[in-house]
Design a protein around this ligand. Structure first.
Ligand code: CP
Length: 309
């Protein structure tokens, strides 16, 4: 059982919670390798996926995780709901809650909206990404992916590169990685950084070449154009010069180092087309592995929230 009812921020989880999720993810990862990939654990439980913002990985991953645990999973469509008739989000959620559901999984483009919602409903809530604020389950699956490649988190050198300003992944990952003892360096340009950079309590460089030979993990961030109200970088050419992963930089990386990305990747911006094509046969390239691990980690999380008592 976890120490928290809602998972809105990665800070809601204690170190014991995180270790418990990692241990349980191992068991569920084993289930995913079976021919019959399903356990009866959450039979009779009902989970609602409410995605007010687009998603490929997170929404599908939660749906598969719930179904593999035998829970009933309902995908709520905001675009065809009574929200369109003027119903407020709280009234919509109270309506859904009245149907005796057990868990809400929600994504929304407004940063911080989950705290507002959690204060108005009784049912447990998992934040599947809110604006620039937090994406805690991404951080957990990223940690699990790192755990499967290294003996210990302590002292691992991680560089997180790109659009930090608009990234909920960066906000969750940096917090979690530092709590687990990793040494985090932010690689970005001043235009792509928040004013309160000290919040991250991390090293900072503007040029990826300054760290590329020394790191254990390179975590690339997508340019989040949908959250940018203006042009934040002079040109893609300059972005490629200072911040992108190309073949030349890939060759300089340490043996055994990992390349990670939450997805979706915009080929030609944060990672070159050549690296993306080459990486399909490169064991250190973890983007698809992160997606696979996401199902096991989300199974573990849902199980610990609903089924372990
Ligand atoms: N990593 C992630 O959140 O991807 P989606 O936007 O496809 O869910």
């Amino acid at each position: 059982m976890l120490s928290t009812k809602n998972i809105i921020s990665i800070d809601d989880l204690s170190i014991d919670d995180i270790n418990l999720i990692m241990e349980n993810a191992d068991s569920f990862y084993e289930v995913l390798g079976r021919e019959f990939k399903k356990v009866p654990t959450l039979r009779g439980k009902t989970i609602i996926n409410l995605f007010f913002e687009s998603s490929t990985r997170t929404r599908t991953s939660f749906e598969i995780a719930a179904k593999r645990l035998s829970a009933d999973m309902i995908n709520f469509s905001a675009s065809t709901s009574s929200l369109k008739k003027g119903e407020s989000i709280i009234d919509t959620l109270k309506t859904i809650q009245s149907m005796m559901i057990d868990l809400l999984i929600m994504r929304h483009s407004d940063s911080g909206v989950m705290n507002f919602i959690a204060g108005n409903i009784d049912v447990p809530l998992i934040n599947a990404g809110d604006g620039k604020h937090q994406h805690p389950t991404q951080a957990l699956l990223d940690l699990y992916t790192i755990k499967k490649s290294f003996k210990d988190f302590k002292g691992l050198k991680v560089a997180i590169a790109g659009d930090i300003l608009n990234s909920r992944v960066a906000r969750s990952d940096i917090k979690l990685f530092k709590r687990m003892g990793m040494d985090v360096t932010i690689v970005s340009a001043p235009m792509l950084l928040p004013e309160n950079l000290e919040y991250f309590d991390s090293n900072y460089v503007y040029d990826i070449d300054k760290i590329i030979e020394d790191i254990d993990i390179l975590y690339m961030l997508r340019m989040q154009f949908e959250r940018q109200d203006r042009k934040y970088y002079p040109s893609i050419k300059e972005y490629n010069r200072f911040l992108s992963l190309n073949m030349e930089r890939l060759k300089k990386m340490k043996r055994g180092s990992l390349i990670m990305h939450a997805g979706p990747v915009i080929r030609g911006i944060e990672i070159s087309e050549n690296v993306m094509n080459y990486a399909e046969n490169y064991s250190g390239f973890k983007i698809n592995t992160q997606v696979t691990n996401g199902v096991a980690v989300r199974m573990a999380l849902i199980y610990l929230m609903l089924g372990s008592t």
